[in-house]
Design a protein around this ligand. Structure first.
Ligand code: ATP
Ligand code: MG
Length: 555
């Protein structure tokens, strides 16, 4: 940056005679500073040190290489527009070639010779005033860029602070999530252990009593003990069923469902489940779309919701069961994982009971979360509905306000295809085996295998057993008569579905009944089963098993 001493001086280039000295003298008399250059190169060297203006006589520019000066003028910073006073001779542009320098040199004022000293002084004064303005602009620019720099620094510091803070928050959140997860898992395992112990006590206790009685030869009144054991076992079955529903690992039998028909058919059961102080109101949409869901699961979801509503209204109230059509757009579905935009059939259950605060709403879908006294709720109802809705490609939402009531909306996808005609189930078959019918049982759990084979042989069926697919394959590849293969789905090694595939290569007509306790690969039955294949879930009653066996063999 030019020094103050040089920033206001005039650099004079007027090589003829004493022109330079006279000009310098005039300027000094007027109180200006100046320096004389011998040639254009000298002027450029001085200019690089700084100048307020240039005072040049036009003949000094003729016949010389102007390039060094033009470069310096071209390279001026944005704020600078160096004033140049050019001394010319009298006459028009033809006689006065110097006039063409005007556009080249920029900020040029012409001063025709001979001039009056005062004219020169006044021109130089004006030029310097302009130059000072330029210096002010420069200083302001410097100030500006400094504050910009400071601002930039502040911004950078801020950004860094925000980043650090965000990282900290994220870490806290992660820690919180982890601890919430552990709490939920603890609640889950604790809940299972507690409930299962109760049920096992019922099962083991009744079996032990049975054994004692039998060892003493007392056979009267065994039925009540057996009932006790079966009831406990069924409760345990119900518990695992609901857990599977929550974990979305149950085997869903999704099919087109007329939700209104289903709701109406449950009317009496629902009415019986609530007390008289609660008014049940059905608001069924007349043009309801067909939904796609597992009807049994849907029934149990509805019953659960109605019982929840009843429990929320101990002093009576109004319970509304409503069906409706709803189209969910991407704005809504994107906020929920695994939900596609499209048409949904909605089942809503509304009560005007106690409602819930947000802290409870946040937890109602956690398995074993309940606010009910021990023995009155397992805390699996909503967990199961949640899992069922997700596994059915639907959604469940709760709205609740303390003291005002609750609405639960269960969204199930609209069925897209042609409604199927249900083939009526022919249950007229006698259960007993006819002329040597043979069943192949493939099951890795010995207890289940023994029970199934025992029950079938009691009905007169012949049977062959295998513990896994490797054991079953040679039997399928042999001349052995097989009317039906009963196979577990979750076998060690090759699974039941793959075994069935291979079995059908040996025997294209092979009928297969799958039994499964856990439907990792069979979440939706429709996509899993080919014609001539059926599935029942563990635990199953022997009545169901034998009826299925008979039905399939006779088909
Ligand atoms: N309609 C409702 N109004 C008020 N609170 C409700 C309602 N539905 C559920 N809740 C709250 O959510 C909790 C969990 O409900 P969920 O159905 O999962 O389990 P539960 O009813 O306690 O037990 P379970 O259904 O297994 O018998 C309930 O204990 C209750 O606190
Ligand atoms: Mg419940």
């Amino acid at each position: 940056m030019p020094q103050p001493a040089t920033s206001e001086r005039a650099i004079i280039l007027a090589p003829l005679g004493r022109d330079s000295q006279i000009a310098l003298m005039l300027l000094k008399e007027a109180g200006f500073d100046g320096v004389i250059s011998a040639d254009l190169i000298g002027l450029c060297t001085e200019l690089e040190q700084g100048a307020g203006l240039l005072l040049i006589s036009s003949e000094a520019l003729l016949g010389t290489d102007l390039q060094p000066l033009l470069v310096l003028i071209e390279q001026q910073p944005a704020w600078s527009d160096l004033p140049i006073v050019l001394l010319t001779h009298h006459g028009g542009p033809e006689q006065n070639p110097a006039s063409r320098f005007g556009p080249l040199l920029g900020n040029v004022t012409f001063l025709e010779r001979p001039f009056h000293p005062e004219t020169l002084v006044s021109l130089v004064t004006t030029a310097l005033r302009g130059r000072r303005r330029q210096y002010e602009a420069r200083d302001r620019l410097v100030d500006l860029s400094q504050s910009e720099l400071r601002l930039q620094n502040t911004l950078e510091t801020l950004e860094q602070q925000v980043e650090e803070r965000t990282a900290q928050l994220r870490q806290n959140e992660e820690v919180l999530r982890q601890s919430q997860k552990m709490e939920a898992v603890g609640q889950l395992t604790g809940g299972i252990a507690h409930d299962f112990n109760n049920m096992l006590t019922g099962i083991i206790g009744s079996l032990e009593l049975l054994r004692r009685r039998l060892s003493r030869g007392r056979t009267e009144d065994l039925d009540s003990l057996i009932d006790l054991g079966v009831t406990s076992a069924n409760r345990a079955a119900g518990l695992t069923h609901r857990l599977l529903a929550f974990s979305r690992r149950q085997s869903l039998d999704s099919k087109p469902v007329e939700m209104n028909t289903l709701v109406v058919s449950m009317g009496e059961l629902l009415q019986r489940s609530i007390n008289e102080s609660i008014r049940l109101d059905m608001q069924l949409c007349e043009q309801l779309w067909v939904a796609e869901a597992d009807p049994n699961q849907l029934e149990s979801a509805l019953l659960n919701l109605v019982i929840n509503a009843r429990d929320a209204m101990p002093d009576g109230g109004r319970l509304v069961v409503q069906t409706s059509n709803q189209r969910l757009n991407a704005d809504f579905t994107e906020a929920h994982s695994n939900l596609e935009p499209g048409d949904y059939v909605v089942l809503s259950v509304t009560d005007n009971g106690c409602g819930m605060p947000q802290s409870i709403i946040n937890r109602v879908f956690d398995p074993f979360f309940t606010t009910k006294p021990i023995g009155q709720g397992t805390g699996l109802g909503l967990s199961m509905i949640y899992g069922f809705s997700k596994q059915s490609r639907g959604h469940v939402a709760i709205q609740s306000k303390e003291g005002e009531g609750t609405t639960v909306n269960l969204f199930l996808p609209r069925f897209g295809g042609e409604p199927l005609q249900e083939s009526p189930v022919d249950s007229q078959h006698p259960l007993f085996a006819q002329n040597g019918e043979t069943v192949l049982i493939v099951e890795d759990d010995p207890a289940v295998r023994v029970l199934v084979s025992t029950v079938l042989s009691e009905l007169g069926y012949a049977f062959v057993e295998a513990g896994d697919a490797d054991g079953a394959m040679p039997i399928l590849d042999s001349g052995q008569r097989i009317d039906l293969m009963i196979s577990d789905v979750g076998l060690p090694g090759m699974n039941g579905r793959q075994l069935a595939e291979i079995g059908r290569q040996y025997r294209p007509e092979l009928k297969v009944l799958f039994i499964t306790g856990y439907a990792e690969h069979a979440a939706v039955r429709g996509g899993f089963l080919d014609p001539g294949m059926q599935m029942i879930t563990k635990p199953f009653t022997f009545d169901l098993l034998t009826a299925k066996v008979r039905e399939m063999i006779s088909a």
